[in-house]
Design a protein around this ligand. Structure first.
Ligand code: C2E
Ligand code: MG
Ligand code: MG
Ligand code: MG
Length: 279
């Protein structure tokens, strides 16, 4: 097997066969141990209101792994594997609990949390979330769950029921990275979706390229036709912010407004925003 390669077994002076399969098992165990050892960290990125009174801030919880040897890892370095092995269920539950716990101490902030396919298709999701909300005191009607299109393209009956149960609790459902998946629009009709987040790839270039602008504008109009709230992701310049506001986007998220930051920094930002002394 070309995929197999030999490694020296530690301290034994013998050679064993180290397969990708074994590697995956080792890394899965490492991720599960990391949950136990509190090695994961949640950062928060503001999602700002572009229209209206500017009130009602939302923050998105984004996981990082404070790895003892490799330093702070971004989700791109581990989420896909965690999804593959199933470790993402434990990680995701930890993120939900930790994000709700921190956000419960902040004033009237809405909290958005990413859910993986594994979590959404699992029995007991609604009960788990109900328990976490009860335990942390975070109100259900200020929680939004972000699902990607690939998760919801072909939902089975139980998953639809699960999402409806969450919606009935007052929890919002948002479609993340909209436009990058299969974009079958039928699910927008059949699933209890409330928010649509237009992926960054459609926002990059709206301020310099008329065709890109036109496509983004069409996506915003589509979302409006389904009576969904629209968030534009990945806004990096003032000009892009101006463009999406002009298109009628309700919310914007991106480095132009703020980068993801640790909870205490976000709390400070919220306090400064609410402070009457602010000039
Ligand atoms: P996402 O949910 O679409 O989150 C937005 C990502 O875009 C974040 O990357 C954020 O840091 C980045 N971003 C925000 N504004 C800008 C911008 O202006 N420019 C650029 N270039 N990037 C921007 P991050 O934190 O690396 O997360 C990547 C993805 O990992 C997330 O994409 C989400 O799909 C996944 N993820 C993060 N946290 C969790 C989690 O707790 N559970 C699960 N299942 N997935 C997560
Ligand atoms: Mg997201
Ligand atoms: Mg997103
Ligand atoms: Mg994205």
């Amino acid at each position: 097997d070309a995929a197999m390669y030999a490694v020296k077994r530690s301290g034994r002076g013998r050679y064993g066969v180290y397969t990708p399969e074994l590697d995956i098992r080792v890394r899965d165990a490492e991720m599960r141990r990391a949950v136990e050892n509190d090695e994961f960290v949640v950062h928060f990125q503001p999602v700002v209101r572009l229209t209206g009174d500017g009130g009602g801030m939302t923050v998105e919880a984004l996981v990082r792994w404070n790895h003892p040897a490799r330093g702070l890892l971004m989700p791109g370095a581990f989420i896909e594997l965690a999804e593959e092995t199933g470790a993402v269920v434990a990680i995701g539950e930890w993120v939900l609990r930790e994000a709700c716990r921190q956000a419960a101490g902040w004033q009237t902030v809405n909290l958005s949390v990413n859910l993986s396919a594994r979590q959404v298709t699992r029995t007991g999701l609604a009960e788990t979330i109900r328990d976490i909300l009860a335990e942390t005191g975070f109100p259900a009607d200020r929680l939004v769950l972000e699902l990607t299109e690939s998760v919801i393209l072909h939902p089975d009956e139980a998953t639809v029921a699960r999402l409806e149960a969450l919606r009935a609790m007052g929890i919002g459902i948002s479609v993340d990275d909209f436009g990058t998946g299969y974009s079958a629009l039928s699910y927008l009709r059949t699933l209890p979706v409330s928010v649509l987040k237009i992926d960054r790839s459609f926002i990059t270039g709206i301020d310099t390229d008329p065709d890109t602008y036109a496509v983004a504008e069409a996506l915003v109009r589509l979302a409006k036709a389904y009576r969904l709230q629209v968030v534009a992701e990945g806004i990096e310049t003032a000009e892009q912010a101006r463009c999406v506001t002009e298109m009628g986007c309700d919310y914007g998220q991106g480095y132009h407004f703020a980068r993801p930051m640790p909870g205490p920094a976000l709390a400070e930002l919220l306090a400064a925003r609410l402070s009457p002394e602010r000039s």
